[in-house]
Design a protein around this ligand. Sequence first.
Ligand SMILES: [Fe+2]
Ligand SMILES: [Fe+2]
Length: 314
Amino acid sequence: MKHTLARSATRALFNSAARHQHGGGACGSLFWRRMSTLPEVKDHQSEEKKSEVNRNDSSNNTVVPSYWGITRPKVRREDGTEWPWNCFSPWDSYRADVSIDVTKHHLPKTVTDKVAFRAVKFLRVLSDLYFKERYGCHAMMLETIAAVPGMVGGMLLHLKSLRKFQHSGGWIKALLEEAENERMHLMTMTELVKPSWHERLLVITAQGVFFNFFFVFYLLSPKAAHRFVGYLEEEAVISYTDHLNAIERGEVENVPAPAIAIDYWRLPKDATLKDVVTVIRADEAHHRDVNHFASDIHHQGKELKEAPAPVGYH
Ligand SMILES: [Fe+2]
Ligand SMILES: [Fe+2]
């Protein structure tokens, strides 16, 4: 099993490196075009590759006849146009609450809080040294990590619910929603920034380390783990504020928003990168609140299920 995973990771990495060399442009590979919501650039891709793209075209979901009778019912936008995404549905989309206070900070009081805060600040120094002023790249790499804690926390609460024959109070759903929301941030960022092969290698390594670290961390102390994530989210808010300031100063081009972002956050059709970064920052501020709240519940000696879960809190 371990070998199979290692083989798949290596294959993915080297396939990507090969495409990087032969695909033209920074990671201008088939993989990225398949994911891209930007207008497709005509090139010399083979017919075989074209048909692979068609099979993955979300608007063409009856290409493979299903013996099992599985077809997705036609879904439309409010304006009657066909919904083009298989990866999320109109009812998963929302308008971000951008009125949220992005300056809020939890003052570290206990030893646990102080350790969590210092650890996040230390990681921040490292990431600033690595990424410097590359805001888009920084955001994309950050999102590959940010989508892990919600999934680990949700999974562990799910298992606990099964083990103890008890309800979770909605917290499984709330944490999985956070993970999915973070993953959508990543899907949006990958429309704008294409990772190089060494960045992909860094992501694979970081995911392997961080997933296992956070899994053990959450098992040992969900109180500290949620506080740690709360501070990570505070740093994410700061990073996206820096990103917004760079756009306003003209250092980062305010390009049109990717189509996936327009549908996910119900943005106007002429939305730009600035609108996208603004709604993502609002999401991060909501995650900050959820995780500090979860830690506070534990600090009061209670379990998460004893407090109302912030399901749908964006
Ligand atoms: Fe995020
Ligand atoms: Fe977040």
